[in-house]
Write a protein that binds this ligand. Structure first.
Ligand code: NI
Length: 226
């Protein structure tokens, strides 16, 4: 499932993140790549562990953690500290699948079930630079408003199209989900949305809503890995 999550950052938070990361330090994006992605990647990255990366990353991690749609769609067990990418004219990231396992600076390991791109540049600030994701339902091209996020399975082939004009800056997150299987997680999300819809119309104390809510939690209990 691909899920568009609007307004993850408020305008104030977006301004703060942009101000923090603007001056860098920006380094070659290949410093953190595996072998295959080093061939594919051609961009800049905010130096991992630098003060701006840590402060802006903490702000973003807090923002996604309190966004109900992100929590419902990702069912996050843990979120890898956000990384920041920047693409200028001619820069791109060819087709690749994200690494399965991420190891953070403290040695903590995370299985990447979901990848997320948080757009920090407004769509008008650049031409090209779409995030293109291939999934079982076809090819999706994504370019969102600044502050919006797209969530997609880390197992999907994806790329960033070459930038024709301007500059595209984004934050990238990897999420280990309580439910690693995308089909099961998607089913839970659809059920969650339907239950909320039914609850709003019938009332939270309607017997059918109570029964469906129980079904949701019992499926989550069956499938969740802590
Ligand atoms: Ni990627």
């Amino acid at each position: 499932m691909m899920l568009h999550i609007p307004e993850v950052l408020s305008q104030g938070e977006l301004d703060r993140v942009r101000a923090l990361i603007e001056a860098g330090p920006w380094v070659d994006g290949n410093e953190t790549s595996g072998f295959q992605s080093a061939l594919a990647k051609d961009n800049l990255q905010l130096a991992e562990g630098s003060a701006p990366a840590l402060e802006a990353g903490a702000l973003i991690a807090a923002a996604v953690g309190r966004h109900p749609l992100f929590v419902a769609g990702a069912l996050p067990a843990s979120v890898f500290p956000p990384m920041f990418n920047r693409y200028g004219p001619g820069k791109k990231f060819d087709s690749h699948v994200d690494n399965a396992i991420r190891i953070n600076r403290t040695g903590q390991r995370l299985r990447a079930d979901l990848s997320a791109t948080l757009f920090l540049s407004a769509p008008d600030d650049y031409e090209g630079g779409e995030l293109t994701v291939d999934d079982t339902f076809g090819v999706h091209q994504v370019k969102l408003a600044a502050g919006d996020l797209i969530l997609y399975p880390s197992s999907s082939l994806h790329r960033v199209e070459p930038i024709i004009r301007g500059q595209r800056t984004s934050a990238i997150l990897w999420i280990q989900s309580l439910v690693r299987d995308d089909a099961k997680r998607t089913l839970l999300f659809d059920m969650d949305m339907a239950i909320q819809n039914a609850g709003a119309r019938l009332g939270q104390d309607d017997p059918a809503v109570i029964s469906l809510t129980g079904g949701y939690h019992n499926l989550l209990r069956m499938w969740a890995e802590l």
